[in-house]
Ligand binder design. Structure first.
Ligand code: SF4
Length: 246
């Protein structure tokens, strides 16, 4: 009966019913090296590229100055306030082309996110300058809250072997690849800056490194609409087959 009561008290129980709690955190707004025609956000709105100021994760990250430590602590506290048990975490790093960010920044960001999880509930006031990421990875093996998945989002041409080496070092386990369309003409029209060849290569590189790979697809792109429904539905069914969480 106590289990039933706990479930009834929990808001949005499906969010954590698998036992894994998703914690999405956002990198700070910096310029993306690309300029896809449909992409919102960026310097104009002081948000990471591809996110609007009213996106939930932006609303949570902005008052915390995009500090990874504080974002993680605040999110765990929110879940606990809503009666969600937090013991296994899927950490999701959002913010456009994450692997285009400097290696030193990403190492700092992920290291502090891990440190926050390991410190919880005896937390500090925020991120420290030089977290030891290898130490925090080892520490997490025995922490009260364990990171069971670490995900980022990026473009296919930023999932090359040198990016994958960094992802492996930082402990990433899953990559959401911004495929958007599997048609070169559509990608050209939205000034995506890469083609289908790069999607195929990125998928191969990531799979060779034993990564879980998700495709992000945009069926509503203007150029795609001209092509017709049947043509964009085909890549969607491919996506469903390739995404472990779909
Ligand atoms: S690569 Fe991604 S973040 Fe950058 S402009 Fe294109 S859609 Fe936006």
């Amino acid at each position: 009966m106590s289990n039933v009561n706990a479930l009834l008290n929990r808001l949005k129980p499906t969010r954590t019913i698998s036992g894994v709690v998703p914690i999405a955190i956002m990198v700070e707004p910096v310029a993306c090296p690309f300029n896809c025609t449909y992409c919102p956000g960026g310097k104009k709105t002081n948000t990471p590229k591809s996110y609007l100021p009213d996106s939930p994760v932006v609303l949570r990250a902005t008052p915390l100055n995009y500090d990874p430590y504080r974002q993680v602590v605040a999110r765990i506290r929110q879940y606990e306030a809503l009666h969600h048990p937090v013991s296994k975490v899927e950490l999701i790093v959002m913010g456009g082309t994450v692997t285009s960010l400097p290696e030193s920044y990403l190492t700092w960001f992920v290291g502090n996110a891990f440190k926050a999880i390991n410190d919880y509930p005896l937390v500090g006031s925020g991120s420290i300058e030089s977290p030891d990421i290898e130490y925090e990875h080892r520490r997490n093996e025995k922490a009260r809250i364990r990171v069971v998945a670490l995900e980022l989002e990026t473009r296919p041409d930023f999932a090359r072997p040198r990016h994958i080496d960094l992802m492996l070092r930082l402990g990433f386990t899953r990559v959401e690849v911004g495929v958007q369309s599997i048609y070169d003409d559509v990608l050209r029209r939205v000034r995506r800056g890469h083609g289908v060849k790069e999607v195929i290569e990125a998928t191969q590189y990531l799979k060779d490194a034993a990564y879980k790979v998700c495709y992000h697809i945009m069926p509503g792109l203007p150029a795609q609409r001209l092509i017709g429904t049947s043509r964009w539905l085909r890549p969607y069914s491919v996506t469903q087959a390739s995404c472990p969480t779909a």
